[in-house]
Each structure stands twice: as structure tokens, then as C-alpha cells.
Design a protein around this ligand. Structure first.
Ligand SMILES: C[S@@+](CC[C@H](N)C(=O)[O-])C[C@H]1O[C@@H](n2cnc3c(N)ncnc32)[C@H](O)[C@@H]1O
Ligand code: SF4
Ligand code: SF4
Length: 339
């Protein structure tokens, strides 16, 4: 996802997202130089809320199996993050474990980051798009909003997004797209993300047409499904063969796994992990290893009592990044399905 947004960021600049003239502004250039020379991270994933209003059966960050404390990021912690990383961070992904819109300050946070030329991407289950929030989103500095449209029928949608109401969710997304067009707003770009499973692989064109022409999103992404095999307790609670039978695509090439009737394995795994150049900050300010570390097993420090760069350059974090994360040698990597 990061690379996909890298070019638009540079082309559009983020000073004025409505300015579509290709340009690299000075702030962006400085951040790119810092990334290359000082090896600071360009992208940071944040957790505005470690809480969710849904209970999706295959959530990759399932709260059910978490042993860490859950909560909402407060604005002071967030402000400290921005102050610490504003000179080199180019993108914030507000989408780790939970529903970001459960944080009442989310859009304020995004506006604060935008003052420092930090590009914003939010993934949401889109169930909380009230009329008021739709207006606030369009008035904010949000650059990209990713909404999930995995199905276009009520039953499978509500089963895959357990707790969501299909009609209300789709209406909310449509209202947002309609108002964005009516007010001729360039941003946020609204992306429909479709998780490809056996349940929808025969309908991908229909889902595309529905999202693009009936709802009016700007772009559609098809994403391979992940099974949260890394979650402690998931194996015990689930029959993997049943899950594979129900969800693993058999026709679509958009899949990360192969299955031989007994074992499920990654298809063409990459040798290296790009989390050695990114960072994850949990709701309580702790800096963790990667987006698979949903339970905060690998913690390198807390932003509330140490500066981000001190944590980033600490011996422990450097060792982990350069020797373990990069070469996928964490215990967690054995079941990682993102790479
Ligand atoms: C854990 S969610 C958090 C953000 C928000 N609650 C949401 O669902 O969009 C982050 C991303 O993971 C995606 N996701 C959830 N379960 C998944 C699965 N089993 N396979 C692939 N992606 C998944 C979501 O669609 C979302 O894009
Ligand atoms: S809405 Fe997102 S965070 Fe919440 S359970 Fe579903 S996938 Fe997980
Ligand atoms: S689990 Fe390992 S391979 Fe997967 S994202 Fe984390 S560090 Fe990278």
C-alpha cells in the first residue's frame, strides 16, 4: 500500500491536496533525504483506538485474543508523536487494531499532522459515517479513506463484518461519495477495499461495478484474505480446514496462501520484510515491531517517556530491525501472512 501512495504524494504534494500539479515540495524532499541518509522511517502506523464496534471473524488484530490493555490514544500522546517525527515522517496510517473513528479526536489528529506535511490514510469499517461525521471528514485534511465493501449482499456482508448493518454502512459510504462530488472536493480519495474470499471470488466484477458506479468511490482495491493464524488461541478455537473450505479462494489468483489439503502455506513469500523501515505506535504510546504484532509482544520503548528517535536508534530496536525484522526471524514471522 505504501508504494502505491508514494507516487501520488510526490506528484500532488500535500501542501494543498487539491493542487494536482506534479511537484516535490521542500518538506517532502527533506523527508526523502532523511529516509535515505539518516534511515529514519517515512511511514508510521498508529493505533487511534484499540477497540472495535464489530467482531469480524477473521479480523487480523482480534481483540478477543489480546492480552495487552485496550484503550484510545489520547491527544497528548499523539501530539508528542507528531512533535517527535514531524521532520521525517511522510505518511501516517491510522489503522491498526480497532476502529479509528472510535477515537473522537481522529480528524483533529489528522489536521494536526497535515500542518507538518504528514500524509494521512485511514482504514475504516465505515459503520460510523453519520451525516455530521461525513461533513467533518470532507472539511478535514484527510488524504485517503479506505472503506471495506467485501460483499454486495446483506447476509455475507454482515457475517464477514459481524455487528455491521449492510444497508446503513453502504448508505453512509454513498452519502460521503455524493457529498464529495456535490461539493467538488478532491480529497479524501475514497478507496473501496474488497477482501477476496471463496465467498465473493465469483462476484468481483459485480462488486467493482457496484462500488464504482452505484456508490461512487474513487478506486477499488482487491486484497488477499489473511487468516489470523498468529493469534494465540485462534488455532484452538477454529478448525483451519473448515476455514480454508469456507474462505480460501480457489479460482482467484488474489491469494497469499497455498493449501495442500493438510497445511496452509504462504505463496511466494518475500525474503525480506519492509518493517525494518517503518514503525508501529500503539494507542498507549508504546513502539512495537510491525503490523503483525497485534498483542505488543516486541516493545522498544514508550513515546510518552522517550523521544521517538531515541527509541528508533536504541540498541535493541536497531538490533531487531537489522537482524530479525528485516530477515523475518521473529517468532511472529512464522505465521505472518502479509508478505
Ligand atoms: C484490522 S483492520 C482495522 C481498521 C478497521 N477497523 C477496518 O476494519 O477497516 C485493518 C485492515 O485489515 C483488514 N482486514 C481485516 N481482516 C482481514 C482479513 N482477514 N484479511 C485481510 N485483511 C483484513 C481490514 O479490512 C482493514 O483494511
Ligand atoms: S472492523 Fe476492523 S478492527 Fe474491527 S473487527 Fe473488523 S477487521 Fe477487526
Ligand atoms: S511478522 Fe515478521 S515478516 Fe511479518 S510483518 Fe512482522 S516482522 Fe515482517
Amino acid at each position: 500500500m505504501f508504494r502505491e501512495w508514494f507516487v501520488p504524494i510526490i506528484k500532488n504534494g500535500i501542501n494543498d491536496p487539491r493542487n494536482l500539479k506534479p511537484q516535490i515540495n521542500l518538506h517532502i524532499l527533506k523527508k526523502l533525504i532523511s529516509y535515505k541518509v539518516a534511515k529514519t522511517p517515512l511511514a508510521i502506523m498508529l493505533e487511534p483506538a484499540c477497540r472495535c464496534n464489530l467482531n469480524c471473524p477473521l479480523c487480523t488484530t482480534p481483540h478477543k485474543y489480546m492480552t495487552r490493555k485496550q484503550g484510545i490514544m489520547n491527544f497528548e500522546t499523539y501530539q508528542k508523536i507528531v512533535n517527535d517525527v514531524k521532520d521525517f515522517a511522510l505518511v501516517f496510517y491510522y489503522n491498526f487494531a480497532g476502529e479509528p473513528f472510535l477515537n473522537p479526536h481522529l480528524l483533529e489528529m489528522i489536521n494536526e499532522a497535515a500542518k507538518h506535511k504528514i500524509f494521512s490514510v485511514v482504514d475504516t469499517n465505515a459503520t460510523l459515517l453519520t451525516n455530521k461525521r461525513i461533513k467533518e471528514i470532507l472539511d478535514s485534511s484527510l488524504n485517503v479513506l479506505v472503506v471495506n465493501i467485501d460483499h454486495i449482499k446483506k447476509k455475507p456482508f454482515e457475517e464477514f463484518r459481524l455487528g455491521a448493518n449492510f444497508n446503513r454502512t453502504i448508505q453512509g459510504i454513498k452519502k460521503l461519495c455524493d457529498l464529495k462530488k456535490k461539493e467538488k472536493r478532491g480529497f479524501p480519495l475514497i478507496i473501496a477495499e474488497v477482501i477476496v474470499s471463496r465467498e465473493n471470488e465469483d462476484n468481483l466484477q459485480r462488486i467493482y461495478d457496484f462500488a464504482k458506479y452505484k456508490i461512487g468511490v474513487d478506486k477499488i482495491w482487491f486484497k488477499p484474505i489473511c487468516f489470523p493464524l498468529h493469534s494465540k488461541g485462534f488455532y484452538e478455537d477454529h478448525d483451519i480446514h473448515e476455514l480454508v473450505e469456507k474462505y480460501l479462494p480457489v479460482k482467484s489468483p488474489i491469494t497469499r496462501y497455498t493449501y495442500n489439503g493438510e497445511y496452509i502455506e504462504m505463496k511466494n513469500p518475500k525474503e525480506n520484510c519492509d518493517w525494518e523501515r517503518k514503525s508501529l505506535i500503539l494507542w498507549d504510546g508504546r513502539v512495537a515491531a510491525c503490523c503483525f504484532d497485534y498483542d505488543g509482544q516486541y516493545i522498544f520503548g514508550n513515546i510518552n517517556d522517550t523521544s521517538f528517535l531515541d527509541i528508533w536508534n536504541s540498541q535493541k530496536y536497531r538490533y531487531y530491525r537489522e537482524k530479525l525484522i528485516k530477515f523475518k526471524k521473529l517468532e511472529l514471522c512464522k505465521n505472518c501472512s502479509i508478505l
